[in-house]
Every structure is written in structure tokens, then in C-alpha cells.
Design a protein around this ligand. Structure first.
Ligand SMILES: [Zn+2]
Length: 507
């Protein structure tokens, strides 16, 4: 990736948070690398070097700054202008590191040679895959040292170092301090209860938190999730353990605050990554907005409500079940059914107020009698079909590297049409360019009559068609509209977005 040095320089001198995490600054004298927002005195232009990624700065021999903490910057934008192979590789590294199979294994999964992958990484990110994975491990370890009171032995395991010795050695090499010395430097707010962790997850402003909450609130599954007083709560289940999260907005720090209650610290990395994806925290608004503004129908919406994100999901399976439940009924009706499904087939959960269950796993639904909760026979068969496909491994929501293949496998399940599949892909895979092209709501709002015309018009929105979709679905074109009044009509309007004749309504 080629950095625009002038833009980097401007962002650095103005400490612009919109560029945070999009590039890093290496300072020649101190050999430290910084975020664009670093509060340290600004170095002279001739004494700095710019890097596209933290890993590239590390490869060039710079250490992460202890003041601005590069590990706390928002993540790499989902779309970098890099080849798809690179962005998919980054997604796989974020999901599981290079844990299984190293660079060879990663290249295999992407269907390219490992030398080719290495070359692509060097050209576009300035560092090989192994350095990207190593930086990821180190950054997460640093975050756990700073933000939690987890014993160092567990920090080592949770961040993927395998053993404490390797962890200690890596931290000392990079920071010239022991993990314990680093923790003493951090300003931790009081003692945290056992198994509870508070993470600050940065985004690049602006972020439309109210829009995100309204969308999630309208679709919250009773017992599993709820929205109250500006917080989003939900139960979670991962690698055989259950827990819960509480996510709120920290506008002052351009961050979301995630309070995670979970027994097994080894899952923390994955939990944080999933929350980042769910709340679309890696999005790069400065890159998205200009494309959308070029279309008059979007410009008025973008300016009226800047910072809208594409809501992801905690679990692709849960989202897919919810999407099927919503076919042909209202959002409210679908929510009621989802609540019944959870009460009948979910696992009881009692460690957080107002949460009573964790969402059923595929195995729980594969043979379940779903008509007992009031589902039609057809709909019940579709959900069972989906659950079986996930149990058998024909449909996977993690590590998806070929979205087209994912879509066609979903559509092979009787009762899942193109619209439902596209909707699931948009929210479960985090593809910023996803477009449910048959969506009637989109056609209506743009005043056009068919999907070919929509696809033509949407060319100008690329690679941000998912954001355009969200704007058209949830934000009315009128200026000065009371956003509070939107929540209801907005979600119902979305529910009209039925693409296939008689297809999904209550999504
Ligand atoms: Zn710094």
C-alpha cells in the first residue's frame, strides 16, 4: 500500500483521530513508533518515517510508544485498497493468528503459494505475515497487561505465547522492561472483580452509536440480549464456556467500553475481535463518506447522520436463525419467536441480570421440534436444515475466504433465498461492499424499478455498498427529522425490505 505522505504529515501535525491506526509514525531518534494522535511533542518532519502498519514499523526496528500505545489504536480498516487475498489473510490472522500451520497453512487456505503471499504482504503492508501475527500477539499481550489484572502466566496464554518464558522474553526485547514493570506504569482504575475484564475498544470518529443501538434494540432476542440506558448487553458462549458482555459508548475517548465477564481468559482475544467486528470498529469513515456523498440520495442522509456503521453480529449462526425467523413476519413478531426459541432450546444462564439464556448452538437445533414454539413446518425445516449444515461443516461462519461460495451454500438450504443469504453475508462476514441487490426497500427508496438498475447505480458506492444499504434502510432523506421517532418507523421500513416475492420481512 502506498501511503500519502502529505496526508500522513497533516494528520500527524493535527493529531487527527480520524487517521488513528491507518498509519504509524516511526521517530528516528527514540526508535519508537506512534499513533497519529500521540500526545508526545511533535518531532520534526525530517526525523520521522511513516508506516502503513504497526508490523511494518516493528520490522524496521521501532518499538511501540508507551504513551500513545499503538496497541490501543483502532484496527486495520477492512478494505485497504489491497488485493482481496491480503484483506482475507488479515481476517484469518485476526481470527486465529498463525496458530495452525503457520504461513504455509495460511497460504494453503487462501489458495496461493506461501512465497506469493509473503510478497503481497511485503508490498502492501510492509511486513511479512509472521511479523503481522507476532505484532498482533504482542499488542494484545500489552493490552491485557495494561487493562486487566490477569496474572502474567494467563496473559501469556491468552495472547498466544504458549509459555511464560517466551512471553517474558518477547516483552523485554521490545519494551526493555518486564511485564510487571509495564503494569506498574499503567493507570488501572481500581481492582476488577474476578473473571471480569474492561476493555476500551477504539474507533475512528465519527461513530453513530445511537443508530447502532436502535438497530440492535429493535432486533434484540429476549433473554439473550437487551438494550438499556445506552448499553448493549448479551450472553455469549465460546469454546464450551458461557459469559456475558456489556458494551457502552465512551465518546470522549473515541471508544466503546466493553465489560466482559468470562471464565476462560484464553478466549479473550477472540471475544474482543468479535466485538470489534460486531460494532464495526475498524471502519474508516474518512474513506467511506466521500464515495457515499457522491450520490445525492445518500449525501443528504450521510450529512444528517454521520458515522453510521454496518452492525455485525456476535454469532453468524444466531444471526442466520434470526433472519429465517423474520421471514414474512414483522420485526416484533420475529423477536417474540426468537424469545420462545431461546426459552425452549437455549441453555439457562444466570450470571448477569436480565439475561436468562445463551443462544442454542447448531447441535441443539439440528433435530429439535421447532413447531412446538409456533413455527410453521416449512420454517422449522429451514432452521433445522441450517443447523445440520453447520454441524456437518457444509456451512461455516468463521474463516470464510470465499463469500460467493458461502452464499451459494446457504442458498442450497431449502427456504433460504438470495435475499436472506445476502443479508446474512452482509452482517456475518463484515464485507463492506455487500449489497442485497434484490431488496425492494432499496429500490423503493431510490425510486428505481429493478435490481439491474440498482447494481448499476451502486457501482459508484463501491467498495462501500453495505454502508449505502444501511443508510437507505435506516435513515430517512428528510433533514431535521427527529431521530427518536425513527426507531420504530425505521425498523418497520427495513422490514418492508422484502427482496424475493413473499420473502423476508421481519429481519
Ligand atoms: Zn507515541
Amino acid at each position: 500500500m502506498k501511503l500519502d505522505l502529505q496526508a500522513c504529515s497533516r494528520a500527524r501535525l493535527s493529531r487527527d483521530p480520524r487517521f488513528d491506526g491507518k498509519f504509524f509514525i516511526g521517530v528516528l531518534g527514540s526508535r519508537v513508533y506512534c499513533r497519529s494522535i500521540c500526545p508526545a511533542p511533535t518531532a520534526k518532519e525530517k526525523n520521522v518515517r511513516y508506516f502503513a502498519t504497526a508490523a511494518a514499523a516493528a520490522e524496521a526496528g521501532f518499538r511501540p510508544c508507551l504513551r500513545c500505545r499503538p496497541e490501543a489504536s483502532p484496527g486495520t480498516p477492512a478494505w485497504l485498497g489491497t488485493p482481496t487475498t491480503v484483506s482475507r489473510a488479515l481476517r484469518l490472522i485476526a481470527e486465529s493468528g498463525l496458530d495452525d500451520g503457520g504461513v504455509e497453512g495460511l497460504a494453503d487456505r487462501l489458495g496461493v503459494g506461501s512465497r506469493h503471499l509473503r510478497r503481497l504482504f511485503l508490498r502492501h503492508l510492509g511486513a511479512p505475515p509472521s511479523a503481522v501475527a507476532q505484532t498482533r500477539r504482542l499488542h494484545f499481550a500489552k493490552k491485557l497487561i495494561d487493562e486487566t489484572s490477569l496474572p502474567m502466566s494467563e496473559v501469556a496464554l491468552a495472547s498466544g505465547f504458549g509459555c511464560v518464558r517466551r512471553f517474558n522474553a518477547a516483552i523485554r526485547k521490545v519494551y526493555k522492561r518486564t511485564p510487571t514493570q509495564i503494569r506498574r506504569l499503567s493507570r488501572q482504575a481500581g481492582v476488577q472483580p474476578e473473571n471480569q475484564y474492561l476493555f476500551r475498544l477504539r474507533y475512528r470518529p465519527p461513530y453513530d452509536w445511537d443508530g447502532m443501538l436502535r438497530f440492535l434494540a429493535a432486533r434484540a432476542t429476549p433473554g439473550v440480549e437487551y438494550v438499556a440506558d445506552g448499553h448493549y448487553y448479551r450472553s455469549i458462549s465460546l469454546n464450551g464456556s458461557d459469559g456475558s458482555v456489556d458494551v457502552s459508548f465512551d465518546a470522549e475517548n473515541d471508544a466503546l467500553l466493553a465489560r466482559v465477564q468470562f471464565g476462560d481468559p484464553r478466549s479473550l482475544f477472540l471475544i474482543v475481535e468479535r466485538l470489534r467486528a460486531m460494532f464495526d470498529l475498524n471502519a474508516d469513515w474518512a474513506a467511506i463518506a466521500p464515495s457515499l456523498r457522491a450520490d445525492a440520495a445518500l449525501a443528504v442522509r450521510v450529512d444528517g447522520q454521520p458515522g453510521l456503521r454496518v452492525p455485525g453480529c456476535w454469532s453468524g449462526f444466531e444471526l442466520a436463525v434470526r433472519a429465517i425467523l423474520g421471514q414474512q413476519i414483522t420485526v416484533k413478531g420475529a423477536t417474540t419467536l426468537a424469545g420462545s426459541l431461546v426459552r425452549a432450546f437455549g441453555r439457562p444462564y444466570s450470571s448477569a441480570p436480565r439475561l436468562s439464556h445463551v443462544f442454542p448452538v447448531p447441535r441443539d437445533l439440528a433435530e429439535a421440534d421447532l413447531t412446538s414454539i409456533g413455527l410453521t413446518k416449512t420454517r422449522a425445516a429451514t432452521i433445522r436444515g441450517l443447523a445440520r449444515a453447520v454441524v456437518e461443516g457444509t456451512v461455516r461462519f468463521e474463516g470464510v475466504i470465499a463469500p460467493e461460495d458461502f452464499l451459494s451454500r446457504l442458498c442450497e438450504i431449502p427456504g433460504i433465498g438470495a435475499w436472506t443469504a445476502q443479508y446474512i453475508a452482509m452482517r456475518a462476514l463484515g464485507e463492506p461492499d455487500a449489497l442485497p441487490s434484490g431488496d425492494l426497500g432499496l429500490l423503493k427508496r431510490l425510486g428505481i424499478s429493478n435490481s439491474t438498475e440498482l447494481e448499476k447505480r451502486a457501482e459508484a458506492w463501491r467498495p462501500w455498498r453495505a454502508y449505502a444499504t444501511m443508510y437507505l434502510w435506516t435513515v430517512p432523506a428528510l433533514e431535521g427529522n427527529n431521530p427518536g421517532a425513527l426507531s420504530k418507523s425505521g425498523s418497520e421500513r427495513t422490514s418492508e425490505a422484502a427482496g424475493e416475492p413473499g420473502m423476508p420481512l421481519g429481519l
